[in-house]
Design a protein around this ligand. Structure first.
Ligand code: AHR
Length: 578
């Protein structure tokens, strides 16, 4: 059975949702089964016969998983794809490439902040290597300080010369030194060139506390709070582009009913104002309400309740975004390994991540009922893979590895967001550094870029580009009882008019030959990059940082057609020159 591009897979596995209050006690430990075999032994398989004979018993007894993952590619299938540039659609908002950085594990401390006295090269306490890497991603916005942490964060603890030392009860109960606070966050954003997405504390704070935080950050008037900001080193007002009003208020943010949350939302939306003069006209701060956390009935009701209220909102409150959280987790507590897994786990995870399509379609349809003009953006401000904690790590720190599978997972999700560009205008992968599906991993002075990082870098040309619909007979990749589209793709025209194509080959065993018909442009040549690796669980490590890195790909254009061969398990981006 062939899948068309806008496939509509039925959600057969519904993920149990997590109760974060009992998170650490319910989280299982991880094992790194067969990591050495699939990641290390297999490259040696083609050694001379004598060597092969010597290691044969080892390979037979340990190598089966690896063989399955790295079997030589079968003959390439040929798939046709058509792009018509004259049918360009919505803008792919650059904000869908947003990031999320929570006070959790080593996400902030060590990952971003090392302090000005550290021997690790830094600028005002912020790591130079991390900043340089993130600049290359053109990160549009960063959501901070949480997550569940946001609903316990008291901003005054994180300003001024004397920081209040508190705890982080959500994430391991560790010490929160508050050395990374408002000014450090804004400095970090300034250094990487991103906008601020600040989540205010609705769960355990007050409207007054949140209102004062915004006044402290944004007013240009000589108020006491503005003077305090100046005394703390920043006389001009900060810009806050996006305001999150609570986080998962149906769960770790206070376990509220839709009605209770709505009453809070109206209060916070009214009183928490942005005073920055530069943000009063066109650059107004978006106010993002807590939205659904899945497809089940309780979240359908939640979206209905918020959007129905929005439809009747008065002058005194408003929202411009509704958040949605959806992790690829398959079962709770997260038990899939992030390394050393087989093709079965690869296929299951990708099947699960494709549920994002249905979820967005479902909640968009509800939003369309109450907001047909699509004034309220659907903001997928927590998404990504959530696996079992890495062996030896603190389970409260949500440390996991990041493999080629995650790169493919990221591309699939970014493509889904792009196809829903009219409604999905912002998204934040969880999380930026050292936590869950991270861009970057650090260990003291060492830093490594993950496969997911490389996908985000390859997608930079899609930021604010115009979506161009494509038709594609995607074919089918099968494993056990799972059938997935073999290929996924999007196209877009950038601001200079150049056409960009992204094509993901999900099939880990078979390459695919693509013949793309290009209408609406006179294509002359094409160039691009592809990201693949030895096996689906290949990772970059501090010792071997270049196992999964993009490589140039050759693409031929003739007679208005583009010919391209996609490696198995690969993410490819090409640009077409006219
Ligand atoms: O990203 C980790 C946690 O997942 C966040 O703190 C919370 O919002 C979500 O449940």
């Amino acid at each position: 059975m062939a899948f068309t591009l806008i496939y509509n897979l039925q959600a057969i596995v519904h993920r149990g949702r997590r109760l974060l209050t009992t998170l650490s006690s319910r989280r299982g430990s991880s094992g790194r089964r067969s990591f050495l075999i699939s990641g290390f032994m297999l490259p040696f398989m083609p050694l001379r016969k004598r060597t092969a004979l010597l290691i044969a018993p080892l390979l037979v007894s340990f190598g089966l998983i690896g063989v399955a993952l790295t079997a030589p590619a079968l003959a390439a299938d040929k798939l046709e794809l058509s792009v018509d540039v004259s049918k360009a659609g919505a803008k792919i908002d650059r904000n869908i490439f947003g990031q999320f950085a929570e006070h959790l594990g080593h996400g902030i401390y060590d990952g971003i902040w090392v302090g000005p006295d550290s021997s690790i090269p830094n600028t005002r306490g912020i790591r130079n290597d991390v900043v340089a890497a993130l600049k290359a991603l053109k990160v549009p916005n960063v959501r901070w300080p949480g997550g569940c942490f946001a609903d316990e964060y008291h901003w005054r603890n994180g300003i001024g010369p004397k920081r209040v030392i508190t705890l982080n009860p959500n994430w391991g109960g560790v010490i929160e030194p508050n050395t990374f606070g408002t000014h450090e966050f804004m400095d970090f954003l300034d250094q990487i060139g991103a906008d601020a997405y600040v989540s205010i504390n609705v769960g355990s704070g007050t409207p007054r506390e949140a209102a004062e935080w915004l006044e402290y950050m944004t007013t240009a008037q000589p108020t006491t709070l503005a003077k305090e900001r100046a005394a703390n080193g920043h006389p001009p007002p900060y810009e806050v582009g996006y305001l999150g009003i609570g986080n998962e208020s149906w769960d770790c943010g206070g376990n509220m009913t839709p009605d209770y949350y709505l009453s809070q939302l109206k209060i916070y939306s009214h009183f928490v104002r942005n005073f920055n003069p530069a943000q009063q006209a066109n650059q107004q701060m978006l106010k993002i309400a807590v939205g659904p956390g899945g497809g089940e009935a309780r979240w359908t009701e939640w979206t209905e309740a918020i959007m129905e209220a929005y439809q009747h909102h008065t002058w005194s409150w408003n929202i411009t975004g509704l958040s949605m959280h959806s992790y690829t987790v398959v079962r709770w507590p997260p038990s899939f390994e992030s390394v050393g897994f087989g093709e079965s786990e690869y296929a299951q995870i990708l099947k699960s991540t494709l549920d994002m399509e249905d979820l967005i379609a479902k909640h968009s349809a509800i939003m369309d009922k109450y907001d047909p003009q699509k004034k309220v953006a659907l903001v997928v401000d927590e998404w990504g893979a959530w696996y079992a904690p890495l062996r030896g790590s603190d389970p409260g720190f949500l440390v996991q590895q990041n493999s080629l599978r995650d790169a493919i997972l990221a591309a699939i999700n970014l493509n889904i967001f792009a196809r829903h560009a009219e409604r999905v205008r912002m998204a934040n992968i969880a999380q930026m550094i050292n936590v869950l599906q991270a861009m970057i991993m650090t260990d003291k002075e060492k830093m490594v870029l993950t496969p997911t990082y490389h996908v985000f870098k390859m997608y930079v040309p899609f930021q604010d580009a115009t979506f161009v619909p494509i038709t594609l007979n995607a074919g089918t990749y099968r494993h056990d009882k799972i059938g997935l589209p073999r290929v996924d793709a999007i196209a877009a025209k950038d601001t200079t008019g150049k056409l960009w194509l992204e094509i993901t080959n999900l099939d880990p065993n078979q390459s695919v030959e693509i013949e793309a018909n290009l209408a609406g442009i006179s294509a002359k040549s094409a160039a691009g990059e592809t990201l693949t690796a030895h096996s689906v669980d290949s990772i970059n490590t501090f010792e071997a940082p270049n196992r999964v890195v993009p490589k140039p790909i050759s693409a031929k254009v003739s007679g208005g057609k583009l010919a391209l061969k996609l490696e198995p398990k690969s993410v490819t981006v090409v640009s077409i020159e006219q």
